[in-house]
Design a protein around this ligand. Structure first.
Ligand code: 6PG
Length: 244
């Protein structure tokens, strides 16, 4: 199913939409399920949304389990850790039990951390396989999502759920763990949040892939996010103006 694209006026409106739509999705899920799973993203885009989500009413956080789509091979206190960002913007402000936090243990190095995370996913989701209720993703200026970068062998991984990968040389921390497309594309509700002129070309290339004007293997990695469930892009005018 082709993802929906929602154009918001400003980055703040993108953050508001991500927070409010996630809160609504979690409340709806918890109205009919005993638990809900939320897979967070890293980067700078989600932080204001996570601060707003921490203030949302009516979410029984003790029934929510939190995961990550990727992280650097660092410990949870490292300045560049996605887990640290989530604690500072969301987790430390809500009544979510520590046992409901299922992080990537990057301090063990990316290979071992990937296998430990995969084991965590298998134990949590069981035989039906990983399937997040709500998945947050972003997009880099090169069109990467999670830590699935252009040209990476990780793009072709179709068996494992979590693997070691490397960010480009320009990245301060190259050693990464990322979920793979098979794990990401089983999500029930996916939000991809991105804003700013710097991502216009990548977004334009994604739209070409959606329209069949660009082969998927010549498109930004995020174009391969085509979940079984709903998928909504939350973008601002500045990003969309150059592409839509
Ligand atoms: C990460 C994210 C990554 C991020 C993009 C966009 O761990 O950094 O998973 O995929 O979403 O790089 O980052 P910004 O939100 O900072 O533009």
């Amino acid at each position: 199913m082709r993802p929906e694209i929602l154009v918001l006026p400003t980055p703040a409106a993108v953050a508001d939409a991500l927070a409010t739509r996630t809160a609504t999705a979690l409340r709806d899920i918890l109205a009919t399920q005993s638990r809900a799973t939320l897979c967070l993203t890293g980067g700078s885009t989600p932080a204001p949304a996570y601060r707003q989500l921490a203030e949302a009413d009516g979410i029984e956080w003790d029934r929510v389990h939190v995961f990550w789509g990727d992280d650097r091979a660092v410990g949870p206190d490292h300045a560049d850790s996605n887990v640290r960002m989530a604690h500072e913007s969301l987790l430390d402000a809500i009544a979510l039990p520590e046992s409901n936090v299922h992080r990537i243990e990057g301090e063990h190095g990316s290979e071992q951390a990937a296998r430990r995370y995969e084991q965590t996913l298998m134990e949590f989701f069981g035989g039906d396989g990983v399937q997040f209720d709500v998945l947050h993703l972003g997009m880099g200026a090169d069109g990467h999502t999670a830590s699935l970068f252009p040209g990476s062998p990780a793009l072709g991984e179709h068996d494992r759920w979590a693997i070691h990968t490397e960010a480009p040389p320009t990245s301060p921390i190259r050693d990464r763990v990322t979920l793979t497309f098979p794990a990401l594309n089983r999500a029930r509700t996916t939000f991809i949040a991105a804003h700013g002129a710097g991502k216009q070309q990548a977004f334009a290339d994604v739209l070409e892939a959606y329209n069949g004007a660009r082969a998927l293997d010549d498109a930004p990695p995020v174009a391969q996010i085509q979940p079984e469930g709903s998928c909504v892009w939350l973008v601002d005018l500045e990003l969309a103006n150059g592409a839509l």
